[in-house]
Design a protein around this ligand. Structure first.
Ligand SMILES: [Fe+2]
Length: 214
């Protein structure tokens, strides 16, 4: 029986999450998708989901893609968090923020991810970026470096990024991971969701009044 307390989990920043081999594996996989699209005369992000409001293309790795890396993620979750989770229960996505989505200034205001009625763990891991784009959890700023993984409960932790203008050839890449613990999933109670929304509104107002770069 698991004793992992997802509801009160405090954010955790992990350095050098992937080995160079895994980073290369992921990067080569994404590059090969794009190159294949270009070669076939398709849009370079064919097969990626275009989320115009967020200003990013998302590639969702299937269970068969980057298999050894997915297994490595599962082992690391066990080592770092003590959670036993089968690789197939890990939702792993690659996101590329770029003006090619048709949106050069993404809006990532304070929010929580409402995937369904369960609490989810997540990490955000920048990959191969030249510059930093901070992520805020509540009003705490995280300048996450490439290959640093910020683990947090994405269902009850308000997260957001300051506004950013992307020039034509600029982009920002991030790996997103989400999972819940089968057999120990905790449901979100409705009252909490409401409180979180009120809190998100007050953070937005605070950031606006204090002229934080929201
Ligand atoms: Fe989110």
């Amino acid at each position: 029986m698991s004793t992992f307390d997802i509801v009160s989990f405090k954010p955790l920043l992990v350095d050098n999450f992937f080995t160079e081999e895994h980073i290369n594996h992921i990067t080569e996989f994404i590059d090969s998708q794009i190159n294949k699209n270009i070669k076939n005369g398709q849009n370079e992000y064919f097969g990626f989901e275009n989320n115009k409001k967020l200003g990013c293309f998302t590639y969702t790795f299937t269970k068969e893609n980057i298999k050894t890396t997915r297994e490595y993620v599962s082992q690391e979750i066990k080592r770092i968090l003590g959670i036993d989770i089968h690789p197939r229960f890990i939702d792993l996505k690659y996101q590329r923020y770029t003006s090619k989505t048709g949106n050069s200034s993404p809006e990532l205001g304070p929010h929580v991810d409402k995937i369904d009625d369960k609490h989810y763990m997540s990490f955000s891991l920048p990959i191969n970026n030249k510059e930093n784009w901070p992520l805020y959890l509540y009003i705490k700023k995280y300048n996450i470096q490439n290959n640093q993984a910020l683990f947090f409960n994405v269902s009850n932790t308000i997260h957001w990024r300051p506004k950013k203008e992307f020039l034509e050839n600029e982009y920002y890449d991030v790996l997103i991971l989400r999972f819940y613990e089968p057999g120990n999933h905790i449901f979100i109670d409705a009252g909490v969701a409401e409180k979180i929304e009120t809190k998100a509104r007050s953070i937005t107002t605070h950031a606006f009044l204090k002229n934080l770069d929201l």
